[in-house]
Design a protein around this ligand. Sequence first.
Ligand SMILES: Cc1cc2nc3c(=O)[nH]c(=O)nc-3n(C[C@H](O)[C@H](O)[C@H](O)COP(=O)(O)O)c2cc1C
Length: 341
Amino acid sequence: MFPYFLYRSLVRPLLFMFNAENAHDSVIRLGRVLSKEPFKTIFSQKVIESPLEVMGLKFKNPVGLAAGMDKDAEAVDFFGALGFGFIEVGTVTPRPQDGNPKPRMFRVYEAEGIINRMGFNNKGVDNLVRNLKNCKYDGVIGVSIGKNEDTPIEHAVDDYLECMEKVYPVADYIAVNVSCPNTPDLTDLQQADAFTALISPLKECQKRLAEDTGNYVPLVVKISPDLFDNELRSLCGVCLEQKIDGITCTNTTVSRDVIDGMTHANEWGGLSGQPLFHKSTRVLKLVSDMVDNSIPIIGVGGISNAVQAREKIDAGASLVQIFSSLIFDGPKVIKDIANNI
Ligand SMILES: Cc1cc2nc3c(=O)[nH]c(=O)nc-3n(C[C@H](O)[C@H](O)[C@H](O)COP(=O)(O)O)c2cc1C
């Protein structure tokens, strides 16, 4: 087994010689190779199984990979071999798109944070579905769906519906991403009226597909940490009314309070990692109270160890996800959390 405790001293310095996006792309490319034998055995990681059931789905452990790491589901078997209990792929859009101009991903070294303005770069939903059909990972797979940048916001629902129809047969749950700060106007979809207009047809579509296929695929909504408390309250009201199956708290923040003056702090985009932890945990706690623990919550934002994962669970989360700490600390974080939570 690969000595992942050497990640910070050995692998990270190598990866950090590249700019953040090139390092990320190399890991995905390498991951495709490493997920096959004989490499799989060397690079895989055993974590203690702690089975749990959330949204009617059975998870081997509560630690998941957050959306955006494997946008096109190209390295699912690799991430699965690292011990994740679930993997969220995407965010995917109906048509392929390049995303924002590069550079668009920056490390904030001092704070172990990342700023990204990728803008839903992805190879399109058909490609993602093909990739998922070929993967062998037997854990839970979530698919995050979004809208193309050039689809007017008033037609956003058409993009979400198209993605939903296509990913339904290959997803264990579907995550509706309305909280990415890097697609123009997208976060406006979290306002109560717009949110109802989006979610209501998606729930109808879910009902129809569940009847047709005999398989109910839960619908999860991923929210921003930047909403005001009154906006959160309205949003939670709609989630209850519409019987949303899960809420993910949270996406990245546009706030720079915590990293003021640090490297790349002036770059626009969403901030993730350590500097996001408190803000996103606060929102998680508020949401949990507002829905009175009646909707399962996936906690994500700044988790890099079991203590922080426990804090998310104490705040109301049933499951947790990581992204930035995988970059700063390597795959041992998955094991540390899953074994000690
Ligand atoms: C480079 C990058 C790309 C991301 N892309 C997506 C995405 O496509 N969809 C999404 O829902 N979240 C995306 N996220 C947000 C993460 O899923 C997660 O919510 C956020 O990074 C907070 O978790 P962390 O602090 O563990 O990184 C992205 C984050 C980063 C750093």
